[in-house]
Structures are given as structure tokens and as C-alpha cells.
Design a binder for this molecule. Structure first.
Ligand SMILES: Nc1ncnc2c1ncn2[C@@H]1O[C@H](COP(=O)(O)OP(=O)(O)O)[C@@H](O)[C@H]1O
Ligand SMILES: [Mg+2]
Length: 229
């Protein structure tokens, strides 16, 4: 069945088995996200934000329920197919950037293109440089990550997330390790990307996140308790 949503989540549950009894972490999540939409997920620590994000990227599997992304049921894919799918369809940005420390910034951006082989070997470094220019750090291309500030490293991580031109960008507290001015710059950059057609799902603790997104999803104890506006 064709949906209009880029992401369609239905009847999603996640529990973890523990010695005593299962811990219910996500409790019947239903959510439709349109292509080009910018979504923030907010909620207290432990409310299930990271768990939800990890299910959307296929890093973790739900206990039950379904996630369709561009009409692909990601819960139906095996590990290999999922890794392939993720490489092409989802760009992931982490709180602590997770750039490879022994590769230059440019090499960090080229790496996911080498893995997915959607762009020819010749195209890859030119594309990486274009992406670094897009996020405003082209002059740092040949440095190691440690030589860059936190904000610059997060810009590099965003360029890496864009490397294979995925429709969906997912970020778990991308500004959690940045000062407020830098956070604002990074959120503005995410907003611009969405205007260029990307769909964005970001977990955030920023009080003013609503300025940068179209909808804010409020999670509490693993359930959606509100959507604003
Ligand atoms: N692998 C796991 N095993 C057991 N419990 C877990 C596991 N991962 C997360 N949890 C629990 O699930 C709940 C939600 O965690 P998480 O999704 O990381 O929340 P958030 O990102 O909102 O802080 C927490 O109570 C956490 O302790
Ligand atoms: Mg978390």
C-alpha cells in the first residue's frame, strides 16, 4: 500500500527482558511523518527517545508493531538488508559526533560513500568537499577531527550524514554537547537542510527547539502525550 508519509509508525511497542519482569519502554507509538517535515522529539531522560530513534534507524528491533519508511517495512528486513538500506536511506548524527579520529574530515565524509558505492570513486571526494562547503567547514577538510571545535565536528558529522544523499536525517541530541550559540547554528543548519527536501527527526533538550521544527512530539514513559503546535 502506498502512503503519503515518508515515515509511518504503527502500534509500536518495545520492551526489554530483565531478570524480574519485562521493562516496557515504548507503549503503542503511532506517528506519521511527511517528506520534508522537521520533527523534534522531546521528553525527560528515560522517556524512550533514544529507543524510538534506534527503532526508526533499524539499529534496534521493536517487540511488535511496524515502521514503514518510503513504503519499505524496515522490520521485515534481515540484518544485511537493513545495513544496506540504512546506508542509503538514513543519515545519522550523534551527540558526540563519532567521527573516526585517525581519518581526516574529508576521509570521514568519503567513507560512507565508499561503503555504499552509489557515487563513482571519482565523484566521492568532490562530493565530500561540496558537502563540507555546504556546512561551512571546507577549509578544514584535511585536518583530523581533534583539530576542530565541537561545533565544527558536528558540522562534519552532518556532512557525513548527507554523504549518500539519504531522504531522512536522524539526530539524537545533536546539540547536547554544544554551547547555546553553537547549538543554535547547528539547529539552523538542520532547518535549512529540511527546506532543501530532507526529512529531519531530532531528539533535543533545547528549550527553543520549536523555532527550528514543524512539530514537536512529547514523549512520557514511552508514550506520545502531546504534539505541538
Ligand atoms: N538495553 C536496555 N535494557 C534495558 N533497559 C533499557 C535498555 N535501553 C534502554 N532501557 C531503558 O529504557 C528506558 C528509555 O531509555 P532511552 O530510550 O534511552 O530514554 P531517553 O533517550 O529518553 O533518555 C529507560 O528506562 C532505560 O533505562
Ligand atoms: Mg537518549
Amino acid at each position: 500500500m502506498k502512503t503519503q508519509s515518508l515515515v509511518s509508525i504503527s502500534n509500536l511497542y518495545k520492551s526489554y527482558e530483565s531478570a524480574a519482569n519485562p521493562v516496557h519502554v515504548l507503549d503503542n507509538i503511532n506517528l506519521e511523518i511527511a517528506a520534508g517535515e522537521r520533527i523534534a522529539i522531546v521528553g525527560k531522560s528515560g522517556s524512550g527517545k533514544t529507543t524510538l530513534i534506534n527503532l526508526i534507524t533499524g539499529i534496534d528491533a521493536p517487540t511488535s508493531g511496524e515502521i514503514l519508511i518510503q513504503d519499505q517495512s524496515i522490520t521485515a528486513l534481515n540484518q544485511n538488508a537493513l545495513a544496506q538500506w540504512r546506508g542509503k536511506n538514513v543519515g545519522i548524527v550523534f551527540q558526540f559526533f563519532q567521527l573516526l579520529p585517525t581519518l581526516t574530515i574529508l576521509e570521514n565524509i568519503i567513507l560512507p560513500m565508499d561503503l555504499c558505492k552509489q557515487f563513482s570513486r571519482k565523484q566521492r571526494s568532490a562530493r565530500a568537499l561540496e558537502l563540507l562547503a555546504r556546512v561551512g567547514i571546507a577549509e578544514h577538510a584535511n585536518k583530523l577531527p581533534a583539530a576542530l571545535s565541537g561545533g565544527q565536528q558536528q558540522r562534519a558529522a552532518i556532512a557525513r550524514a548527507l554523504a549518500n544523499n539519504p531522504p531522512l536525517i536522524v539526530a539524537d541530541e545533536p546539540t547536547g554537547n554544544l554551547d547555546s550559540v553553537t547549538s543554535n547554528e547547528i539547529l539552523t543548519l538542520f532547518g535549512e537542510l529540511a527546506r532543501e527536501g530532507k526529512t529531519l527527526i531530532a531528539v533535543s533538550h533545547e528549550r527553543d527547539i520549536s523555532q527550528h521544527v514543524d512539530r514537536v512530539i512529547h514523549l512520557k514513559d514511552g508514550a506520545i502525550v502531546g504534539v505541538t503546535p
